[in-house]
Design a protein around this ligand. Structure first.
Ligand code: ADP
Ligand code: MG
Length: 338
């Protein structure tokens, strides 16, 4: 017999998990993105001990039918794309079909779900093995609980940062998702204490206020700009209201939060000399574009994407920011002196 053999399924899933499931926040990201893809208008995130003890996500989305439930936990099983051409116009947050099997391979997972058309179902897996699947009463939507994260991959567990850091990553992630999706009501609760809540009424300025405070929220300037390929919209802080870190800038592409150095550079360029050295604005910007112009299949966690016409977009952002800010300075501040 030769030396080369195929990996068994659980081991292959664990290796895939290495790419997408680095830490508790990655699990929250994958699961909440699933809730978003399932058209939820409400997503509640409940975390115990920074997610190491338990992560529970409850949504009111489409749910999963009984026949699909076990398949959803198989590798490369997805309802979101089917043909090769779909990969070039992905409209959903997920499409790789890797999150659920990856998470189930490194944790204890129970999902209760209902489509609303039929009675609900429960599935329980641990370490990639099916423990049970049975009918269970459930409200329409999906309620998934992940426990004992990395219990069978001790190296992963060791690599985690302090519980405080892991929690702050979850908070940051939930904030960004709420900024990306102001029409979805998110809540984040840690050890029984509510840390964040967004109303889900579509008002981005309110989400900004919920995250950065009312005094920031009310001073943000709306920005809008478009060219034949891109449409940008969002809010900017005045050059007077800055922070010492770049992390208060959020750029989303078709409502997907991404990291892109060129685009944040373009924002800063739009402020020009109005920003002091080492100071950064508070910005939330969504870019609407044809999915054909963006390749999200670059990075397993899809945090980085590849954009065609990136410099055209960067120019649009810079000029949109510049214009918005210069208009403010034109408005005479008579009111203040009265
Ligand atoms: P992907 O999101 O890439 O399709 P996942 O492993 O994250 O892969 O999920 C597999 C499938 O399970 C999804 O395609 C979807 O059909 C279903 N699913 C997962 N989570 C939910 C949810 N919260 N609500 C409804 N369906 C879900
Ligand atoms: Mg997914």
């Amino acid at each position: 017999m030769g030396k080369i053999h195929e990996l068994d399924r659980v081991l292959a899933d664990q290796i895939a998990a290495g790419e997408v499931i680095e830490r508790p926040a990655s699990i929250v990201k994958e699961l909440v993105e699933n809730s978003i893809d399932a058209h939820s208008s409400r997503v509640d995130i409940l975390v115990e001990e920074s997610g190491l003890k338990e992560i529970r996500i409850i949504d009111n989305g489409d749910g999963i039918a009984a026949d699909d439930l076990a398949i959803a936990f198989r590798r490369h099983a997805t309802s979101k794309i089917q043909h090769q051409q779909d990969l070039f116009r992905v409209q959903t947050m997920g499409f790789r079909g890797e999150a659920l099997p990856s998470i189930a391979s490194v944790a204890d997972v129970t999902m209760i779900t209902s489509t609303g058309q039929e009675a609900g179902n429960l599935i329980h897996l641990k370490g990639g093995e099916l423990i049970k699947q049975q009918a269970a009463s459930a409200r329409p939507g999906t309620d998934i609980t992940v426990k004992d994260l990395f219990y069978n991959t001790p190296a992963r567990l060791k690599y985690l940062k302090s519980p405080r850091t892991e929690l702050s990553r979850i908070v940051d992630l939930v904030n960004r998702l709420a900024l990306a999706e102001p029409s979805i009501a998110f809540s984040l609760t840690h050890n029984g204490r509510e840390l964040f809540r967004s109303a889900g009424n579509g008002n981005l300025q309110q989400v900004i206020a919920a995250i950065y405070g009312n005094s920031v929220g009310e001073k943000m300037l709306p920005v809008e700009a478009e060219d034949p390929d891109f449409k940008i919209s969002g809010y900017l802080s005045l050059p007077e209201m800055t922070r010492s870190s770049r992390q208060y800038m959020t750029v989303t592409i078709n409502h997907r939060y991404i990291y892109n150095f060129q685009l944040t550079k373009a924002i800063i360029a739009g402020y020009g000399s109005k920003l002091m050295v080492g100071r950064y604005p508070i910005v939330v910007l969504d870019v609407e574009l044809d999915p054909l112009l963006v390749d999200v299949n670059v990075h397993p966690a899809k945090r980085e994407v590849r954009l065609s016409k990136e410099s055209q977009l960067a120019n649009l952002i810079s000029s949109g920011v510049e214009e918005t800010i210069s208009q403010v300075n034109l408005i005479p501040d008579v009111g203040q002196r009265a």
